[in-house]
Design a protein around this ligand. Structure first.
Ligand code: DI6
Ligand code: FE
Length: 393
């Protein structure tokens, strides 16, 4: 099948957006066999795309989609003046989601996650990263990852998991003892069950120190698992330098990262995952050092950070808009951030770009130019998703 009469944003580096104005894409089974100007296209049965824009299917490379409960009360408290950190220290925040998540079965967690996943898919998403981190016991962490894996059988989507037991210290617990008694044994068990694609942590004053995170990273590396980290979100803790030292996939949030961090990340090939939904929700004022990331060549991804507390954002298109408006990304950087760079942040090399040999995971949009995907607020122009060569309208 040859898709013709389309504007194709391949996201290759050859041109802005890798754009091919009158483009064609040859699909063979679940792969792209050829892409280029229509005039050069190989002979095949054609499908007229009506001049629509085609991009790679979008990739949300940082979510906490699997969780139970809600934090609407916390939203009210913050509006009355309480800070995110204050609420967390008083046993609200992440810990309140932990209580609700532990009480849920795997089937409950799947059922709760599906509508959130559907919201993402409706905007052309084809790959979603999902983290654990609201269980904080061996079994509850495993259950979250089992629920994440189960989503893949329920919808046409690829799920990539991150093990995030080092997300919060359980109430009354000691951080180091928790890492020994829960994090490390849970990681071994989850890995043995094939539940872990990468290992994450939360390096922050209200969570874990770089030294504590590093103990988990060492186990990850012994198991051959890549690492990533919630780093420099609320303060500068040295998490991004730690990830770079471990040649990690990504450092996420990174509002408080420095020029030296940017240099270390660039040298290590570590992606900066920008999460404007959390910045917006928490009324943060320090934006990530985008100019330093650009200057040093740190690839920037964008994601929703979809979670019940700091970023109840279930729209990747809105994250695109926020990345441009709040962080001053260009619409091209933003679109790369949810396609080619997001794939890299997940260690995937068969998606996020339209090129021969890549998966036929595409999003078809009722717009004429790629910048339209970033500039509207609360409008979804998706016409269809093509996942593994199959059309989902
Ligand atoms: N940073 C985040 O954005 C999520 N976790 C983290 O470490 C949010 C966690 C939450 O508030 O539930
Ligand atoms: Fe997060």
């Amino acid at each position: 099948m040859l898709l013709v009469n389309a504007t194709v944003a391949t996201m290759s580096e050859n041109a802005p957006y890798g754009l091919i104005p009158d483009g064609a894409i040859l699909l063979e089974d679940d792969r792209v066999a050829w892409v280029g100007p229509r005039a050069d296209a190989p002979k095949a049965a054609t499908r007229d795309m009506g001049g629509r824009l085609i991009t790679p299917a979008l990739i949300d490379c940082h979510t906490h989609l699997v969780h139970a409960g809600d934090r609407a009360r916390e939203f009210e408290l913050r509006l009355e003046g309480a800070s995110y950190e204050q609420i967390a220290r008083e046993g609200g925040g992440i810990i309140s989601t932990v209580t609700a998540t532990r009480a849920a079965s795997v089937a409950d967690l799947v059922a709760l996650a599906l509508p959130r996943l559907d919201a993402l898919l409706a905007e052309g998403v084809g790959v979603v990263e999902v983290k654990s981190g609201y269980g904080l016991t061996v079994e509850a962490e495993l259950d979250m990852l089992r629920a994440a894996r189960a989503l893949e059988a329920r919808r046409p989507v690829r799920i990539v998991t991150s093990f995030l037991a080092a997300h919060a210290v359980p109430p009354g617990g000691d951080a180091d003892a928790y890492i020994d008694a829960v994090c490390i044994p849970a990681l071994h068990k989850a890995h043995a069950e094939g539940l872990v694609d990468a290992v994450d942590g939360f390096c922050e004053g209200i969570a874990f120190t770089p030294a504590q995170i590093e103990r988990v990273f060492e186990v990850a590396r012994a198991l051959g698992l890549p690492v990533k980290l919630h780093a420099e979100q609320l303060s500068h803790m040295g998490g991004s330098a730690l990830v770079a030292r471990h040649r990690g996939l990504s450092a996420d949030h990174v509002e408080y990262a420095t020029e030296a961090d940017a240099r270390a990340m660039a040298a290590a090939g570590t992606v900066a995952v920008l999460l404007p939904g959390a910045f917006y929700t928490l009324h943060e004022t320090q934006a990530p050092p985008v100019a330093a990331f650009r200057a040093h060549g740190v690839p920037m991804a964008l994601a929703t950070d979809a979670n019940p507390g700091s970023s109840p954002l279930f729209s990747l298109l809105l994250a695109l808009n926020m990345g441009c408006t709040l962080f001053r990304l260009t619409p091209e950087e933003a679109l790369r951030g949810v396609t080619a760079v997001a794939a890299r942040a997940l260690g995937l090399d068969d998606c996020g770009m339209i090129a021969a040999g890549k998966r036929a995971d595409l999003a078809v949009w009722d717009v004429r130019q790629p910048a339209e995907l970033a500039y509207r607020i609360g409008f979804n122009p998706l016409a269809e998703r093509i996942i593994g060569g199959e059309v989902f309208a």
